[in-house]
Design a protein around this ligand. Structure first.
Ligand code: PMP
Length: 415
């Protein structure tokens, strides 16, 4: 099977591993922590290396060819990001360090749009990075942060969300597309449209959604969409803030210095056009170019097949966990709800951290803890869970390795 650009389609699962030196040259193993960071395809590593060797000159500065080429490649990376998320214009794409920095940027640069007493509505599914910056903004400006509830299986309580939108008329709404703690998929189109209808500007956290569900920001109609390169098979240190152009235009600068100005005089300065206005200092251009390569790589999969593959893994994981004594899976899929790419669970007599340590001796890299989502876990009555999360290279063998680790852990701890 070929894609239109003539490159072979890559099939998810074992076949995809051939593209990841982690499995052949690196430690390999049963890597089940892609929600924290994904492994890197060879072509992304090569893009980084190639850029540093062949195109290393500061961008948007030099009059010489080396700098011009680096600038061109950096601009092309921005175009690739825009195409990947369906943005109508590259002016909407701000390169940042990651989802966390993108949310911090909004909470600083949009603070003049809030007045004391205003409400910010979040949900109990959010990652700490979509909570703490809003709390700090609330403290600075005298605002109130309100949370939409979740149900006992970890789905968003949409009725509560709607009710709070109507009651509080929030100035900002921050909501995840896919929760990293439980894998909950939110009905994001419905939430965005409803909140906007009541006057809110809506920030969608796509840190998990961008790599695992995909997005078309124009169709979604959100005001801002944020994600991190390293979770979508790109390098760390690079991420994206998408903003509708009129939403970026109304923001104050975030960081300031070189590259974000139109002029500087001893009396004051003027700002560059968007998106440069929000990219002070030398950008992580090799990382941005490598993110472009990660986007090319992801484009070699059929999105449909990828989604089906990760869905099948969620179903198999639930089956496997349910077939093991003393194990309880969590999340919406346990009651037929929308869940993707992440499966959290508990084992009756084993602490999650102990399990992760035992699993490691089986070469299973799995996450234990609160997954930077303490309000989610607390609402459901947990301190911590074990979490497996999938990527394009995940397969049934990974689940069997978890099964063996569960059996050993229960043997050790039920003595
Ligand atoms: N939101 C979600 C849903 C996440 O999973 C993460 C990372 N775990 C973040 C935000 C923050 O991403 P980063 O640490 O790359 O800034």
């Amino acid at each position: 099977m070929e894609k239109t650009d003539g490159l072979q389609v890559i099939r998810p699962g074992l076949a995809a591993r051939a593209h990841f030196p982690f499995f052949s040259e690196g430690p390999g193993g049963f890597y089940l922590d892609s929600a924290a960071t994904a492994q890197k395809p060879g072509q992304v590593i090569e893009a980084l290396r190639h850029t540093l060797i062949h195109h290393n000159a500061n961008v948007h500065r030099g009059a010489y060819r080396l700098s011009a080429t680096a600038s061109e490649l950096y601009d092309q990376a921005r175009q690739k990001v825009a195409r990947c998320i369906g943005a109508a214009s590259e002016r909407s794409i701000v390169f940042v360090r990651g989802a966390t920095e993108a949310i911090n940027l909004i909470t600083y640069s949009a603070q003049h749009l809030c007045k004391p007493g205003d409400v910010i509505l979040l949900t109990l599914l959010e990652h700490h990075s979509n909570i703490v910056p809003w709390q700090l903004l609330a403290k600075r400006k005298g605002l109130k942060v309100v949370f939409a509830d979740i149900t006992d299986d970890g789905s968003l309580n949409v009725a509560d969300f709607r009710q709070k939108v109507e009651a509080f008329k929030p100035v900002f709404v921050g909501v995840t597309q896919l929760a990293n703690s439980l894998g909950t998929v939110t009905p994001i189109e419905e939430l965005v449209a409803f909140a906007q209808k009541h006057g809110a500007r809506v920030l969608v956290d796509g840190a998990q959604g961008a790599p695992h569900l995909g997005v078309n920001v124009e169709a979604l109609g959100c005001d801002y969409y944020v994600f991190s390169g390293h979770k979508m098979y790109g390098p760390t240190g690079i991420g994206v803030l998408y903003g509708r152009p009129e939403r970026l235009e109304e923001l104050e600068p975030f960081q300031s210095g070189g590259d974000m100005i139109s002029y500087v005089s001893v009396d004051g300065s003027g700002w560059a056009e968007i998106p440069q206005r929000f990219e002070a200092g030398t950008p992580a251009f090799p990382e941005a170019i490598a993110l472009g390569s990660a986007i090319d790589f992801l484009g070699r999969f059929s999105r449909d097949e990828l989604n089906k593959h990760e869905q099948a893994l969620v179903r198999s994981a639930l089956e496997m966990l349910r077939s093991e004594e003393g194990v309880t899976p969590h999340g919406p899929a346990t009651v037929g709800g929308a869940q993707a790419t992440v499966v959290s669970f508990s084992i009756d007599c084993v602490h999650p951290h102990d399990f992760a340590t035992i699993a490691d001796t089986h070469n299973v890299q799995i996450r234990a803890g609160h997954h930077c989502a303490m309000p989610t876990l607390r609402r459901l009555g947990f301190q911590a869970t074990v979490r497996m999360s999938f990527g394009v290279y995940s397969c049934e063998e990974d689940l069997e390795a978890v099964r063996l680790a569960i059996r050993e852990a229960r043997r050790m701890f039920s003595r």
